[in-house]
Design a binder for this molecule. Structure first.
Ligand code: ASP
Length: 331
């Protein structure tokens, strides 16, 4: 914890010494890894981008910056990469648009900002953060969110910026399967690629952020869990969580908050709390996916119940770790 006195009785009586927390950063790039679709080339690119995101976030933490800045910086790198379903690489809606959602939360103050259904915001995490810091609101959607973006100088791009061939083909396959009413093929086409980050800074403060294009072939302005505070994104003084997976189920389970509530009220270790929700609560409802979860002592877990989850972390050893499939790496 943040405030500790030295183990010298006389000093303990007279003074309290502030001991900096060892910073920790954990990121994910979605739980939609499909083992059979992973090519060496794709794997190389994904690993390089995860490492770049970890480096960006860790540079902030190492120099004494805030967990909020660290998660923002890490997510910016992942949003700018075409490999993930967020920002540049977002999936397509049924109508062939890219519709982006994001949220950020400051654990120390419980301030939060979220946006959903925007089409022209280059980096949705920056808009979520601006909602938190520069508006009296928590959650803005659609045209209104873009109008707000203009007032605070957030970069807007032409919608074609988000068009990648791979995502376009995924939509075509989904539409074909839908026409043939192939439920099994539709199931195989779910590519969760949301990105997220949780961080603990030297001041002992936690933050969480998530950014996504949602799910391929979504319609009717469907919004998933990622921008919903408590469902896909949550942070308080004890715990920070970012989720990826089938958003409808993560919303119904209020998954991110449930994990933190188990830590706070039931004193569960973070790994147990995260595992219980990801491996038990969500699957019992019919959903799948994963989370990254971090506590204020720097313990963290990355459970998922899909083939794999793009993930990476820099823990107290200061070393960078990146993993993709289920049997790889710790934790
Ligand atoms: N959770 C996201 C959603 O439902 C999808 C993902 O994780 O890729 O919108």
């Amino acid at each position: 914890m943040l405030l500790r006195c030295l183990a010298v009785a006389s000093l303990c009586l007279s003074a309290t010494f502030v001991e900096a927390a060892v910073p920790v950063l954990v990121i994910h790039g979605g739980a939609g890894v499909i083992k059979s679709e992973m090519t060496p080339d794709k794997e190389k690119q994904v690993r390089a981008d995860l490492e770049a995101a970890l480096k960006a976030g860790n540079d902030v933490l190492k120099s004494g910056g805030s967990s909020l800045d660290a998660v923002t910086k890490a997510i910016l790198v992942l949003e700018d990469s075409p490999q993930f379903n967020a920002g540049r690489g977002a999936v397509f809606t049924h109508e062939g648009k890219n519709e982006l959602d994001s949220a950020i939360m400051d654990g120390a103050t419980l301030r939060a900002g979220a946006i959903a259904g925007v089409h022209r915001v280059k980096n949705p995490v920056l808009l979520a953060r601006a909602v938190m810091e520069k508006s009296p609101h928590v959650f803005l959607v659609g045209d209104g969110a873009e109008a707000f973006a203009k007032t605070v100088g957030i970069e807007l791009v032409e919608p074609k910026y988000f068009r990648t061939e791979q995502r376009w083909q995924q939509l075509q396959e989904a539409l074909k399967a839908e026409r043939k009413q192939q439920a099994s093929a539709l199931g195989r086409m779910i590519h969760y690629g949301t990105v997220g980050a949780v961080a603990l800074d030297q001041a002992g403060h936690l933050a969480a952020a998530t950014s996504t294009g949602g799910m391929t072939n979504k319609r009717w302005n469907r919004v998933g869990d990622s921008p919903v505070i408590g469902a896909g994104t949550y942070a308080n003084t004890r715990c920070a969580v970012s989720a990826t997976g089938w958003g409808e189920y993560y919303i119904r389970a209020v998954a991110a908050h449930d994990i933190c509530a188990r830590v706070e009220y039931a004193n569960k270790p973070i790994a147990q709390a995260a595992k219980d929700v990801v491996m038990d609560v969500v699957p019992k409802l019919g959903g799948d996916g994963g989370v990254i979860a971090l506590d204020s002592d720097g313990n963290f877990a990355t459970p998922f119940n899909t083939d794999g989850m793009y993930r990476g972390w820099i823990d107290r050893d200061g070393k960078m770790h990146v993993a993709i499939l289920g049997d790889e790496g710790r934790p």
